[in-house]
Design a protein. Structure first.
Length: 303
């Protein structure tokens, strides 16, 4: 078997998966086929001798092609979203389709069309195809932390960024309880609002800032902390000056000494418990967030 035939067979082995990735990135069967064909042309001209994970490499190629197509689509200012409905697609692995049926339908694909290209790529690759952020980051030319934030922002919007007022009210109650318990050093109250398996992630800027203040008695900060007890130890007294804020449409908290957010506490709240906290201090990441410092909660729209 010559090398070209070998490459062709390996590509065909992955075609169904690649078409699924491309369709969820682009929402169009025709464009997905074009993206896969473009990926084949690039793949067939490449040296694969040093590639250990051929499927992962092909996914990366298709993702880059799709990102270029999404960026080009935006620059052309295509038709309004209400005139564009995603095409149906066939040829996708039935088992994979069954798993994703509830999360990827025409309605979701319309929502995905509202995302920025990099957000859409990060969400699709990570949340739907389990591609790790260390592989997504170079595709979108961002750090791992930035890639994680892109996916997080997209996830919230896909799940309904414009949360119902009752949802925001409950989120606000949880965040207020967390901040009060943190300020007061109330261990039991703090544990009460945390999921037992909570994970805290801090970006590099936050870790470095904490390290620089160690001489002043500031507590140490790791890049990742897991478990309610460990998170309590980390946050006890740390959020004394934080105040509630809307972070990309969900309730979180910020430290904004001059009215400008400098540190963001990005909460993920499920069933009344905080299941994840992303602590962000990198100016680029913070500027990329839609932050509104809260006074009163938004009132329900009864119209």
């Amino acid at each position: 078997m010559d090398s070209h035939q070998w490459l062709a067979e390996r590509f065909e082995d992955n075609r169904t998966h690649l078409r699924a990735v491309a369709y969820r990135m682009l929402g169009s069967r025709a464009e997905a086929e074009d993206a896969v064909q473009d990926a084949w042309l690039r793949f067939s001209r490449s040296d694969t001798s040093g590639v250990d994970n051929l499927g992962g490499w092909l996914t990366t190629i298709v993702a880059r092609v799709c990102l270029n197509m999404l960026q080009s689509r935006r620059s052309r200012r295509e038709e309004p979203l209400d005139q564009h409905m995603p095409d149906p697609i066939d040829g996708i692995d039935p088992e994979r389709e069954a798993v994703l049926a509830d999360s990827v339908g025409s309605a979701l694909l319309v929502v995905l069309d509202t995302l920025a290209p990099a957000e859409r790529l990060a969400f699709v690759l990570h949340d739907l195809f389990a591609v790790p952020f260390d592989e997504i980051a170079p595709i979108v030319a961002r750090s791992q932390a930035a890639a994680r934030q892109l996916a997080s922002r997209a996830r919230r919007r896909v799940q309904g960024a414009a949360a119902a007022p009752t949802d925001l009210t409950r989120q606000r109650e949880v965040v207020d309880a967390f901040l009060a318990a943190s300020r007061n050093g109330d261990f039991e109250a703090l544990v009460a609002v945390l999921d037992p398996d909570i994970v805290l992630r801090a970006d590099l800027a936050s870790v470095n800032a904490a390290a620089a203040r160690r001489a002043e008695g500031a507590p140490a900060l790791a890049s990742e902390v897991r478990g309610a007890a460990a998170v309590v130890d980390t946050f006890s007294g740390r959020a004394a000056a934080a105040q509630p804020a809307l972070i990309d449409g969900a309730v979180g908290a910020v430290w904004a000494p001059d009215g400008t957010p400098r540190v963001v506490f990005d909460f993920t709240i499920t069933a009344g418990k905080i299941v994840a906290i992303d602590l962000l201090s990198d100016p680029e990441l913070v500027r990329g967030l839609d932050v509104t410092i809260l006074g009163e909660l938004p009132e329900a729209d009864d119209s």
